[in-house]
Ligand binder design. Structure first.
Ligand SMILES: [Zn+2]
Length: 381
């Protein structure tokens, strides 16, 4: 068995001064002390290794030959005048042990706890090791590294009682609720993923949590060869935006997305330095440098967009342009809604025998009146 010599530090309640009490642990030679268990056994008090002079004072021996024999140990924790001796549960029932003799170069054979020395207490102090038997099912313990990504704490009544939380039960009676705390560590999931999948070039993420699978970044979009090669690689990886291909639209998908999600005008004076649009395939493909995108909003609903872009950077679109486009957009939105209503009414009218649709006059600027109403008597109104 081995002898661990520690000092428990605390404050003397009478004098208020710092005090230290010897705490000696006996463990099987191949077992490791578990600090959390020791701390719990000492009511949360911290310990530190005993210093050379403290060792000599208690054991009357240099370190390396320490043992429990010949020292009067505290009967219990309240026996504060004497040092504490904890014997690990792993030594329970053992006899004829070998331990230090508190004399340089000497060890004792046949030490038996209880007979040769009287410990303060028998305490579970050791860390479990892989391969140990399960006391419940007889299985074998396996130890693996793991990451706590989520947890559940049963808080019980601790906080609901102290904070006076009350709820009504099914009978309308006031009761103190039992509390629990549940958490998932989002950052830990990412950290754990990086920790597991990395090499000297960096890390990679499982597709389910990766923000993208592949990004092709041309280092200089001004270089024709670099740009076309990057585009080619992107195409071969099937990265080209399917919507972009489908309708032949050559504008900035990113700007449109932003205008749609914010329902606000988007004006970019230089797409190359706008971080939101940097590296966007649609921006690169369209050689877009400046753009403006204004949503069409009618009755609080977005019904379309006005979009314009330019290969010229800088002041291609001014704030005034945006204002003019916004004004135009509100009129356009109204006109579109009117046109839709027109179409709907024409459709409805076609199904009613007494309402005849009337074509607009030859002047095509006119489209406001939708239908003549003719009464059943034949009079027009
Ligand atoms: Zn088990």
């Amino acid at each position: 068995m081995k002898t661990l010599a520690l000092m428990m530090e605390g404050v003397d309640p009478k004098t208020g001064k710092g005090s230290a009490r010897a705490v000696v642990l006996l463990m099987r030679g191949d077992h490791q002390m578990n600090e959390a268990k020791l701390s719990a056994a000492l009511g949360g008090k911290a310990t530190r290794p005993m210093q050379e002079d403290e060792i000599r004072q208690l054991f009357n021996s240099p370190g390396g030959f320490l043992g429990p024999v010949g020292i009067a140990w505290a009967k219990d924790m309240k026996d504060v005048e004497r040092p504490v001796l904890f014997v690990d549960k792993g030594l329970e029932g053992r006899t004829n042990l070998i331990g230090g003799a508190n004399k340089e170069d000497y060890h004792f054979k046949n030490i038996t706890p209880g007979r040769d020395f009287k410990p303060t207490a028998s305490v579970d102090l050791r860390s479990v090791t892989a391969g140990e038997d399960c006391p419940n099912c007889g299985g074998t313990l396996r130890i693996d590294s793991a990451v706590e990504i989520g947890h559940i704490f049963k808080l019980g009544y601790k906080y609901s009682e102290s904070m006076g939380a009350r709820v009504l039960d099914k009978n309308g009676k006031e009761v103190t609720p039992i509390m629990g705390s549940y958490g998932i560590g989002i950052e830990r999931i990412l950290t754990a993923a990086v920790e597991q999948d990395n090499d000297e070039n960096g890390f990679w993420l499982p597709p389910r949590i990766a923000p993208f699978e592949i990004v092709v970044t041309p280092t200089n979009v001004g270089d024709e060869k670099l740009l076309s090669t990057a585009m080619d690689i992107a195409r071969r990886q099937n990265l080209a935006d399917p919507d972009l291909k489908a309708d032949g639209f050559s504008g900035s998908v990113g700007a449109i997305e932003r205008a749609v999600t914010t329902a606000r005008p988007v004006a970019v004076s230089d797409a190359l330095i706008d971080p939101f649009l940097q590296g966007r395939e649609s921006v690169i493909a369209g050689k877009i440098r400046a753009l403006v995108c204004v949503p069409l909003v009618a009755a609080d609903r977005m019904i379309g967009l006005i979009y314009a872009d330019s290969a010229e950077p800088g002041a291609a679109f001014s704030e005034l342009d945006v204002e003019i486009l916004e004004a135009l957009a509100s009129h356009a939105a109204l006109a579109i809604v009117m046109a839709r209503v027109d179409r709907e009414l024409r459709g409805m009218a076609a199904q009613l025998p007494y309402v005849a649709p009337v074509a607009p006059p030859p002047d095509s600027s006119w489209s406001g009146v939708l239908a003549h109403h003719r009464s059943r008597t034949g009079q027009e109104s």
